[in-house]
Write a protein that binds this ligand. Structure first.
Ligand code: HSE
Length: 413
């Protein structure tokens, strides 16, 4: 039986997960591709660190040792940052190898170039692991895009943030304690900055945008806020109102323009993201034919992410040199989404209320904290008057106490 020879670039949580999965799932791989899969080389950073790797595997800190290997079929990449990953993967493609990556930062910037180069070289690119860990959202989107037009995507795309928010609410952990636990569990990046400042979810959203819409919005047009402003007090207050904090990345196309935000959001019990807890991710896709579907599953961690990469291995070997489908979508303009449409917000540090008659305020919920019903235009005015204002949109069914009272009065009349 012939052998598929693979190299791993990186042996952190994900790289090790891929190595162990290939070892433990030889039988399944043989059944799927009719060949043995052998890890022949691993690129590491620190030679001193002890690792459980077979003695026949070449372990090196020099990429040249790997790219010089004869008969290499597939290169897996699980490093961080754009470089040197992009250069390594380009060289692997030019050598005629299939590539499989989990590097969302690099792929959100250079995915298009890599896919084009792979097509020229008649090989394939697997990138399922760049978004939402073990959730097969890339394959699902590619399948849907054959006929459907996608109008919007919304997701909880960072497992670490969701884990921290859940721990803070359920176990009353501090932000730092919860982050430490996420690191111990192998969910967070080596430098967790991008997990908590929203950038990791932004990179993932841009990968999805590239596939679903064939383009990405300008970075300067995307509002990106992480979860670091959220306090235990806000979480507890939200809980009392029947709301949970989720870090939500959204993109849609209106009037032929892409609109994207990556921001902490409150969701009510009626919203499908309310029960997405811990390290889980969820992605909701709206299309013209299906309406809406939501995929949910573990968004980070050694084996869920390794699963996505090893599934990609089967995919690239079974159907090599397939073009990744992404195309310009038909524009669907919706009338009800103007900026003067009102919705609900939790506003914190509101020192100066504006007496615009169309903003409805709840009673003060805590010091300088209110729930309000207002349009985006009105919100801009509130920001002008309140330098430190923090606002969180509320998704799902919600109403202010005054509205509830009014509805009860109408019913009892
Ligand atoms: N640090 C990432 C997360 C890993 O927490 O979602 C998966 O991309």
């Amino acid at each position: 039986m012939s052998i598929i020879k693979v190299a791993l670039l990186g042996f952190g949580t994900v790289g090790e997960g891929v190595y162990r999965t290939i070892q433990s799932h030889q039988e399944e791989l043989r059944a799927a591709i009719g060949k043995n899969v052998e890890v022949v080389a691993i690129l590491i950073k620190n030679k001193e660190k002890k690792r459980a790797i077979d003695s026949e595997v070449l372990i090196t800190t020099d990429f040249e040792d790997i790219i010089g290997l004869p008969d290499l079929d597939v290169v897996f990449e699980a490093i961080v940052e754009k470089e040197p990953s992009f250069t390594y993967l380009k060289r692997a493609l030019l050598k005629g190898c299939h590539i499989i990556t989990a590097n969302k930062e690099m792929f959100s910037h250079h995915g298009k170039e890599l896919i084009e180069l792979a097509a020229e070289q008649q090989v394939s690119v697997g990138f399922e692991a760049t978004v939402a860990g073990g959730v097969p959202i890339i394959q699902t989107l590619q399948q849907l895009l054959k006929i459907n037009n996608v109008s919007a995507i919304q997701g909880i795309l960072n497992g670490t943030s969701n884990f921290i928010l859940t721990e803070m609410r359920e176990k009353k952990q501090t932000f730092i304690e919860a982050l430490k636990l996420a690191q111990q569990n192998g969910y967070a990046e080596a430098d967790p900055g991008n997990d908590i400042n929203g950038c990791d979810a932004y990179f993932k959203l841009m990968v999805l945008s590239g596939i679903a819409f064939g383009e990405q919005p300008e970075l300067s047009c995307v509002k990106i806020n992480g979860i670091t402003d959220i306090t235990i007090e806000q979480i507890e207050l939200a809980d009392k109102l029947g709301l949970r904090f989720k870090h939500i990345a959204s993109i849609d196309r209106k009037e032929d323009r892409l609109h994207a935000t990556v921001i902490p959001t409150l969701v009510s019990k009626a919203h499908p993201f309310y029960h997405v807890e811990g390290v889980e991710n969820a992605v909701n896709v709206r299309t013209d034919l299906i309406g809406s579907i939501t995929l949910q599953g573990p968004g980070a961690g050694m084996f869920p992410t390794a699963s996505a990469m090893v599934e990609d291995l089967v995919q690239v070997l079974q159907s090599p040199a397939t073009e990744v489908k992404s195309r310009k979508q038909k524009t669907v303009v919706k009338k009800d989404e103007q900026t003067h449409a009102t919705s609900y917000w939790l506003v914190c540090k509101l020192k100066k209320r504006l007496s615009l008659n169309s903003i409805s305020y709840s009673d003060q919920l805590s010091e300088e904290v209110y729930a309000i019903k207002a349009s985006k235009d009105q919100l801009v005015k509130l920001y002008e008057q309140n330098a430190d204002l923090i606002t969180y949109p509320i998704l799902g069914t919600f109403e202010l106490e005054s509205e509830r009272k009014e509805a009860t009065l109408l019913l009892t009349r």
